[in-house]
Design a protein around this ligand. Structure first.
Ligand SMILES: Nc1nc2c(c(=O)[nH]1)N[C@H]1C(S)=C(S)[C@@H](COP(=O)(O)OP(=O)(O)OC[C@H]3O[C@@H](n4cnc5c(=O)[nH]c(N)nc54)[C@H](O)[C@@H]3O)O[C@H]1N2
Ligand SMILES: Nc1nc2c(c(=O)[nH]1)N[C@H]1C(S)=C(S)[C@@H](COP(=O)(O)OP(=O)(O)OC[C@H]3O[C@@H](n4cnc5c(=O)[nH]c(N)nc54)[C@H](O)[C@@H]3O)O[C@H]1N2
Ligand code: SF4
Ligand SMILES: [Mo]
Length: 744
């Protein structure tokens, strides 16, 4: 336990440090450090929730005092996502509820003497406005010209609404901007995706290989806990990262790879494991397809070959391959999560999947377990109409292997073009700050300018709300019921979220908005429940529980119906064309892609520029927490990590403010402080994503740090599934803002 605490501290802060560091924060934080039992004695009550500060969805308890004031948020002991403990961001979730900058009332854009401003509106007025517009736009262009861009749990209800309306173009940025290539690659190989939470059996692994996954800064709770437990039990970690990350500091091997060359390293590892005979022969023979093709394919991809590309010494490549093989099958070559890097990401992920297959880790203890989830039926409703077209019609013959909708694809398809058969006219944007989330901001703005209606549902005034025609303020996750969480895990389980407080101001939950809009659109039969309690109770009863039971438990775990790992010698049919684990992908071949991954070189930084790489900080989530008072106290801005060699060349000093200018001449709107450190390679700079907000209504976050999103203007699109590779951008330093940019 001591070691785990120490690990989390290294990751940026101790859990205790969160409150102790600032006595001035809201009164509720005083009780942060109490444990669950001490809470219930002081006349406190508790309400079950699952966290919305990030998408790991930890289940926990919200404690209120006698006056009903939210005092603290803790983990639910029964929950496999959190094991009873919340990460610093989750503990600080009440900062979202207390934020005085929150959206307080519906807003409608008006034109006043040539100036576009918002006016406050009643819910009736705002919803009538949206429904009328949706109808008239639908009549003109077809209802399928409506798209939903959403991230987070409330999106389910808007999804039902727009499906009932006649469109199925529903996209989350967590696909084409995040884990899409990984899911496609694992489907191609094993017939199943990695899913969320990842099915990685980290707690029992003997060797964990992290390729640009920065667990410890990426604070996905259960994974971080399991990683530190595994280390305590003697597991070795191999980290491949151009930056000395928190994970690298805990690793037996740190491989400071030249960015963008990971596929060469992976192919060299495959080469060594095959040529040395270190692969799992029985497993490969019984379960896989295409071994001989693979063997032939990698025969010249030796560590010596990879050395010239990756700058990693051949002996390190061999030794680390040996380390994996010695631990097999209890080894995980981690697929990562945010994997849209260089545009050949599905192929890189395929190489990761192949390596795991050779080591026999899929379906094995300490490798990848077989997850199970509870099937929750939907409230009965008439069948959804069949949309006449959808986003795929904008890309005939392309992205056939993408299983989900591509958010950036909807954006592209909104900009009219003769080659695109589907143009969107209405966007409903729920819980995604597209200006900070999609690369190439100008394209997002161009698309927005083509819309006839942009409805934004959010809790905060963000960059995206500034572009809306109508803003609908959602109450925070602490003030609402929501969909039942039934994510897959080792044990199938469900968790509920219930309101711990009344919605502040004039905010409302997404389910209420969707039902009200349905009423106005003549679609009420799709939302025929009287109230959300009735609907949730009905759903829970279908799986043998009830709202009453879940109110007291928060989480309910069920028995598995099949084993967690493959049984020794078990016959298994994989959901691929051949029924085998496809080392050689027949589906990729059919679509005209390389059936075995091929390394291709990526563009290098031009002279005087450095590769812009970005990632997470343990105390923040994307751009959504940068105004949270409990977290700004820990980290209020980002900095740019610069290697000492580079700092010397540019004459940079620590904490000096600079602007960053990218290869296309785009300059960061705000300056960013320099952090000189050996922890980053000389050819790259690093910054944490989510800062540099330019909405002045964010009183703490406005102008703090710089935005990586602004500087990602060049996108390398993955031809297989449309993912947006974002790490092919280069920056240099500037000492003054862009011309025309006022300094704030
Ligand atoms: N605290 C916190 N935790 C989070 C989140 C958050 O916002 N805050 N977000 C969650 C989400 S949705 C996601 S998707 C994950 C993302 O987290 P991960 O999937 O773990 O990581 P990435 O963001 O892809 O990668 C960041 C790391 O890649 C390294 N890197 C950059 N270029 C290269 C390269 O060419 N090769 C290699 N090998 N490494 C490279 C960077 O130095 C950095 O350490 O984090 C999750 N966890
Ligand atoms: N440049 C760059 N772009 C990236 C990434 C990166 O690292 N760098 N990471 C990528 C990854 S991995 C991912 S998963 C995506 C994440 O992308 P997003 O999910 O779009 O992330 P955020 O920027 O946090 O935007 C979330 C929005 O939801 C709002 N919100 C918070 N809680 C609620 C709620 O309860 N209800 C509603 N309606 N709204 C709420 C917030 O105020 C905010 O406006 O971004 C991707 N894009
Ligand atoms: S990892 Fe942290 S922020 Fe994410 S859901 Fe869990 S407690 Fe919340
Ligand atoms: Mo993500």
């Amino acid at each position: 336990m001591a070691n785990r605490r120490e690990f989390i501290k290294i990751a940026g802060l101790g859990l205790g440090g969160l409150v102790m560091s600032n006595p001035a924060i809201n009164a509720f934080t005083n009780t942060f450090l109490q444990d669950e039992s001490s809470l219930l004695t002081g006349g406190m009550t508790r309400t079950p929730t699952y966290c919305e500060v990030c998408f790991w969805k930890c289940a926990g308890w919200v404690s209120q005092d006698k006056e009903g004031k939210i005092k603290q948020i803790t983990g639910n002991q029964e929950d496999q996502h959190s094991n009873g403990r919340f990460c610093p961001r989750g503990t600080a979730g009440a900062g979202m509820y207390y934020d005085e900058d929150r959206l307080k009332t519906p807003l409608i854009r008006t034109e006043e003497r040539g100036k576009q401003v918002f006016r406050e509106a009643s819910w009736d007025e705002a919803l009538d406005y949206v429904a009328d517009k949706m109808k008239s736009i639908g009549e003109k262009y077809g209802n399928e010209c409506t798209a939903l861009l959403t991230h987070g749990s409330g999106g389910k209800y808007f999804g039902n609404l727009i499906r009932a309306f006649g469109s199925d173009s529903i996209a989350a940025p967590s696909y084409a901007q995040c884990r899409g290539p990984r899911e496609v690659a694992f489907h191609m190989t094993f017939g199943e995706g990695v899913q969320s939470p990842e099915r990685t059996d980290i707690r029992d692994t003997r060797c964990l290989v992290l390729i640009g996954s920065h667990l410890g800064e990426n604070m996905h709770n259960g994974q971080v806990q399991e990683m530190s437990d595994a280390i305590d039990k003697g597991a070795s970690v191999i980290t491949v990262d151009p930056r000395y990350s928190t994970a690298a500091s805990k690793s037996k091997y740190w491989l400071p790879i030249k960015p963008s060359t990971d596929l060469a390293l992976l192919l060299a590892w495959i080469n060594v494991i095959i040529s040395e005979g270190w692969y799992d022969r029985d497993y490969v023979e019984k379960y896989t397809y295409g071994f001989d093709y693979l063997k032939e394919h990698v025969k010249n991809m030796t560590p010596e070959w990879a050395y010239g590309i990756t700058t990693l010494k051949p002996e390190i490549i061999r030794e680390s391959a040996r380390e994996m093989a010695d631990s097999a099958p209890s080894v995980i070559v981690h697929p990562g999560r945010h994997v849209t890097w260089y545009g050949d990401d599905t192929q890189r992920e395929r190489a990761i999947a192949i390596l795991n297959a050779l080591l026999g880790s899929w379906g094995r203890r300490g490798g990848f377990y077989v997850p199970e989830s509870v099937d929750i039926p939907s409230w009965p409703h008439p069948p959804y109409p069949e949309p006449k077209k959808n986003w795929k019609d904008a890309y005939p013959g392309k992205y056939n292997l993408a299983y989900e909708t591509i958010a950036s694809g909807i954006c592209d398809a909104t900009i009219p073009s003769l080659s695109k058969a589907c143009n969107f006219k209405t966007w409903i944007v729920n819980g995604t700050n597209l200006l900070k989330t999609l690369p190439d901001q100008q394209k997002t703005i161009d698309a927005i300018n083509e819309l006839e209606l942009l409805v934004v549902v959010d809790t905060m005034p963000m960059e995206i709300t500034g572009y809306a025609d109508v803003v609908l303020p959602e109450c925070t996750y602490l003030e609402r019921y929501d969909t039942i969480r039934n994510s897959p895990h080792r044990e199938p389980a469900i968790a509920v979220r219930m309101p711990a407080a009344k919605p502040k101001y004039d905010s409302k939950p997404a389910y209420w908005m969707a039902k009200e809009l349905a009423k106005r659109l003549g679609l009420e039969e799709y939302f025929s429940w009287n109230n959300i309690e009735e609907m949730l109770d009905w759903q829970l009863k279908q799986v043998g529980s009830s709202l009453e039971e879940m109110k007291s438990k928060g989480v309910k775990t069920f028995k598995r119906s099949y084993p967690l790992y493959f049984l020794e010698g078990e016959d298994f049919e994989f959901y691929t064309n051949t029924g085998k684990i496809e080392l050689y992908s027949t589906a990729m071949a059919q679509e005209g892609f390389d059936p075995l991954p091929v390394y291709t070189a990526h563009e290098e930084p031009p002279r005087g520029y450095y590769r812009l790489i970005y990632g997470r900080a343990p105390s923040h989530t994307f751009s959504r927490t940068s105004n949270n008072i409990n977290l700004t106290d820990i980290m209020e801005e980002n900095s740019v990590w610069v290697n000492p060699r580079v700092a010397k060349l540019w004459g940079l000093k620590n904490r000096q403010e600079v602007y960053l200018e990218n290869q296309d001449g785009i300059v960061s709107k705000f300056p960013i402080k320099v952090r000189i450190t050996e922890r980053i390679r000389w050819d790259s700079v690093f910054m944490v994503h989510g800062f540099g907000h330019d909405n002045k209504k964010l009183s703490r976050a406005y102008g703090k740090g710089a935005s990586d999103a602004e500087l990602i203007t060049k996108v390398h699109t993955d031809p297989v599934m449309g993912g947006t590779g974002m790490r092919g951008n280069f920056v240099k330093f500037r000492f003054e803002p862009a011309k025309n940019e006022k300094v704030s």
